[in-house]
Design a protein around this ligand. Structure first.
Ligand SMILES: NC(=O)c1ccc[n+]([C@@H]2O[C@H](COP(=O)([O-])OP(=O)(O)OC[C@H]3O[C@@H](n4cnc5c(N)ncnc54)[C@H](O)[C@@H]3O)[C@@H](O)[C@H]2O)c1
Length: 310
């Protein structure tokens, strides 16, 4: 990425801001485009250029995504799994991806990294490989990301784009928001004696630390072949929601009583069990440095260090 000019959509968000820092450190020039709906200006390093625009506008990329750009990382998305505005979410996610792909084709930029999600698999057998079928997402969010993958495939096959699609497990680390670890920290700050856990606590998913996520992405970009390649990014192990509650409580030096809302999932559209096969990533010679449990613990410490819910 050294000496490259990269454009990161959603670069003011959790993963995008970490990616921006990493690419700047690697010597890239970084432009971030974000409407700050779920990102923060202060998370974008001063060395990057932040353009505040809404990517659902077909003209949003005008003058920003130009032939000077070497590679686009398209992260901007509305990522709530149980959105109360599903139509708006579906339209926004697919419109943004369509606008990015069309503009890339118009200006002649051919390298795209797209961030998809494990939710495209729905409730598939585990560990789930990239070629698992049928893909049957159970949330509008998952459906919108699968539709985006379809658009990426179309432009890779018909318009000479090179696309790397990353299907993320749950990524965790500092700046994470709207997810179980910061939620537990906030609840325990409010009431250290009692913690309400959504579902029965036996939901079991793979958590990957942001450092591993970025290492894996950059490894794929360096080593994968072909015009269209899809990689799962996750860990080989999983962590239950009750185990996350234990880890967060331990890190806060608390021993709260747990109260479960019941049911096998936290909310409508939640996939209660998720573990991705990472054999394809392994074949590139890369493996995660953190297990799921250690990723959760490290992320809890990262969030406490940055003062979440203080
Ligand atoms: N965090 C995870 O565990 C995870 C898991 C699977 C997939 N992903 C995917 O990774 C990507 C990044 O996720 P994240 O966790 O950093 O989310 P995030 O919400 O922190 O970042 C997304 C960014 O996109 C921006 N954005 C949203 N709508 C926009 C619009 N209309 N115009 C311009 N900017 C807009 C938001 O302001 C935000 O800064 C997303 O595509 C998400 O679907 C994340």
């Amino acid at each position: 990425m050294h000496d490259q000019h990269v454009l990161i959509t959603g670069g003011a968000g959790f993963i995008g801001s970490h990616l921006t820092e990493r690419l700047l450190a690697n010597g890239a020039t970084v432009t971030v485009i974000d409407n700050l709906s779920n990102g923060r200006e202060e998370w974008v390093p001063d060395d990057a250029t932040l353009i505040e625009r809404d990517l659902t506008d077909p003209n949003a990329l005008e003058g920003v995504l130009t032939s000077d750009v070497d590679r686009v990382f398209h992260l901007a998305a509305s990522k709530a799994v149980n959105s109360d505005r599903p139509r708006a979410q579906f339209e926004a996610n697919t419109q943004m991806t369509y606008n990015v792909l069309e503009t890339m084709q118009d200006v002649g930029v051919s390298e795209l990294a797209y961030t998809s999600t494990s939710t495209v698999y729905g409730e598939a057998p585990r560990p789930t490989p990239e070629d698992y079928a049928p893909l049957e997402p159970i949330s509008v969010y998952g459906a919108s990301k699968l539709a985006d993958e379809g658009l990426c495939s179309t432009y890779a096959h018909s318009h000479d784009l090179t696309v790397r699609t990353f299907r993320f497990a749950n990524i965790v680390g500092s700046r994470l928001h709207g997810a179980v670890i910061p939620d537990f920290i906030e609840k325990l700050h409010e009431n250290p004696d009692r913690l309400t856990i959504l579902g029965n606590g036996r939901q079991e998913k793979s958590y990957m630390h942001i450092e591993d996520c970025l290492d894996a992405m950059l490894t794929v970009l360096e080593r994968a072949d072909g015009s269209l390649a899809t990689y799962n990014l996750g860990t080989r192990t999983t962590t239950s929601v009750t185990r996350i509650a234990d880890i967060v409580s331990e890190e806060l030096d608390l021993a709260p009583d747990y109260e479960y809302t019941g049911g096998d999932r936290g909310w409508t559209g939640d996939v209660p069990k998720m573990r991705l096969s990472i054999e394809k990533l392994d074949a590139l010679g890369w493996g995660p440095q953190y297990t799921s449990d250690t990723a959760v613990r490290k992320a809890t410490r990262d969030l406490l260090a940055e003062g979440v819910a203080d």
